[in-house]
Ligand binder design. Structure first.
Ligand code: NAD
Length: 505
């Protein structure tokens, strides 16, 4: 007899060093989308406990901000080492709790390792500029200082990577972190904390409470958002959540990094390598069962290649393997829960009502027990970009539309609320460069001949408009976690004023 998924989960948590008191006897149920079974019941933290956690973090900040940045980087280097050791188990826990395939679960942990490596290098590169001054005998420069307590709110679909993007950067930048993970994936968060605790033990002299996890639902998140001592709220999730969080933090002049929903599209041009495009679209639209913020949800195909590409895509949708990610090599795992399934079916109904032709989208009952929600991904041929096409439905639905003129396709591409990721498939330089130009895609991520998903940590990640405008991960995203001071130093014996102003007393 094979072990129940709850038993497998306990074994993995044991190996990762998570004590059972943290996930038994509480009020928050954690379910595995793989089977729909309850795998743990966690104690939750209420508003008072959140405030206490923020207060502890504020004390930690006072010590951590004065530790030299390269030394702070050493902690993140150790975290990367611990993550390498824990990669298999943590990847498996991601598969159990978020329903990802083993390859995607392991890939998410690899992304954590990558950002640690990046952040270690960064710990010696928190550069400020030296700036030419108009006043003789003066020097002007900028200095980047630690910001304060960073509150991280994360979504279920990247349950561990988003924490690491924020935490690796926050730590080298001199900030403590208080993390409110998704209520759908709290176990992976406890595992991350246990892994970081091992790195902290090896590091030796870090302050207490440099990183804390607070478990709970929306109310727990609200307490974090409202905490006046939280200098930065980095919140990843739906646009609905961002609309609630953004104004609250702005009202107290706190800082936010908002990483919200996407409605990502691809454009397939006449000169595209159609075989490559098909494979990129298949992964971008069906991978992670359509539950990536960067999932491709809309596709504009030029009239001249539509009948070559789309039948092949329909075939791929009909044949892609859907099944249990723990026991089969299926490429598409489960939806996270019934609500996701219901939202998908509602969107498909609306698409039909708007004249769409739906391929797939039905429940795959043989893939798992009744409490689990496996679906065949849906490809919907739409006559126009209307109704559900304009919104993000967090499920594997790809709306396909024809186009004749590239400028019109780009206008349609940009005519939605979200602005996260985008791609064009073309071998024509003019088309590619137009798409990447100021008059092209309005997204934070714009790709050529690859899909919309699967970003690397080296680039800044995030999007415009209803995606929230935040940037995380690579490039200069670290600046969001620090405050900048401009310093002017007078080493002369005079006191010249800028702009030629005189004030002789
Ligand atoms: P969600 O918005 O339901 O929840 C996300 C997190 O926000 C959870 O931890 C939740 O408890 C918390 N939350 C919700 N309302 C809150 C409030 N008022 N105050 C404080 N916290 C609150 O999102 P989800 O279903 O977990 O994730 C899917 C969504 O996340 C999709 O829209 C997806 O596109 C988006 N997402 C975006 C990115 C990105 O980088 N842009 C990455 C991953 C997911």
């Amino acid at each position: 007899m094979t072990d129940s998924i709850a038993t497998v989960t306990r074994d993995v948590l044991d190996r990762l060093g998570v004590g059972s008191a943290l996930y038994t006897g509480g009020t928050l149920d954690s379910f595995s989308p793989v089977t729909g079974e309850r795998i743990a019941t966690l104690p939750e933290q209420g508003a008072a406990e959140v405030t206490a956690a923020i207060d502890r973090a504020a004390v930690a900040f006072r010590a951590w901000r004065t530790v030299p940045a390269p030394r702070r980087g050493e902690l993140v280097r150790l975290l990367g080492e611990e993550l390498r050791t824990a990669k298999d188990d943590l990847g498996r826990l991601v598969s159990i709790e978020a329903g990802k395939s083993p390859s995607e679960g392991a890939g998410e942990v690899q992304e954590m390792i990558d950002i640690c490596d990046f952040a270690v290098g960064l710990s010696r590169q928190l550069y400020g500029l030296t700036i030419a001054t108009e006043r003789p005998g003066h020097r002007m420069m900028e200095t980047w200082h630690p910001l304060g307590v960073v509150g991280v709110i994360s979504a279920f679909n990247f349950p561990v990577a988003v924490w690491s993007w924020n935490t690796a950067l926050a730590l080298v930048c001199g900030n403590p972190v208080v993390w409110k993970p998704s209520e759908k994936t709290p176990l992976t968060a406890l595992a991350c904390q246990a892994i970081l605790d091992r790195a902290l033990a090896r590091f030796g002299d870090a302050p207490e409470a440099l990183s804390q996890v607070i478990v709970g639902g929306r109310e727990t998140g609200e307490a974090l958002v409202e905490g006046p001592r939280v200098a930065l709220v980095s919140a990843t999730g739906s646009t609905r959540m961002g609309r609630q969080v953004g104004p609250k933090v702005a009202a107290r002049f706190g800082r936010t990094i908002l990483e919200l929903g996407g409605n990502n599209a691809g454009i397939v041009c006449p000169s595209a390598d159609l075989d490559m495009a098909l494979r990129a679209i298949a992964f971008g639209a069906m991978g992670t069962a359509g539950q990536r913020c960067t999932t491709m949800r809309r596709l504009f195909v030029h009239d001249s290649v539509y009948d070559q590409l789309v039948p092949g895509l329909v075939k791929a949708y009909a044949s892609v393997t859907v099944g249990n990610p723990l026991t089969t090599p299926a490429l598409v795992g489960p939806l996270v829960d019934r609500a996701a399934y219901d939202a998908m079916q509602a969107a498909l109904q609306a698409a039909k009502a708007a004249g769409g032709t739906v391929h797939g989208g039905t429940r795959v009952t043989e893939a798992g027990p009744e409490a689990a929600f496996y679906v065949r991904p849906a490809l919907v041929e739409m006559p126009a970009q209307t109704g559900p096409v304009l919104e993000e439905t967090f499920a594997p639905i790809l709306y396909v539309m024809r186009y004749g003129d590239l400028d019109e396709a780009i206008a349609q591409h940009n005519a939605v609320g979200a602005g996260l990721s985008s791609s064009i498939f073309t071998t024509d330089l003019r088309e590619a460069e137009t798409f990447l130009s100021a008059a092209g895609s309005d997204c934070g991520i714009a790709n050529v001949n690859i899909g919309t998903s699967g970003a690397e940590i080296g680039g800044a990640f995030g999007g415009e408009k209803e995606t929230g405008g935040g940037r995380e991960s690579g490039s200069d995203a670290w600046k969001g976690y620090m405050r900048r001071a401009t310093n002017t130093i007078n080493y002369s014996r005079e006191l010249p004023l800028a702009q030629g102003v005189s004030f002789d007393i």
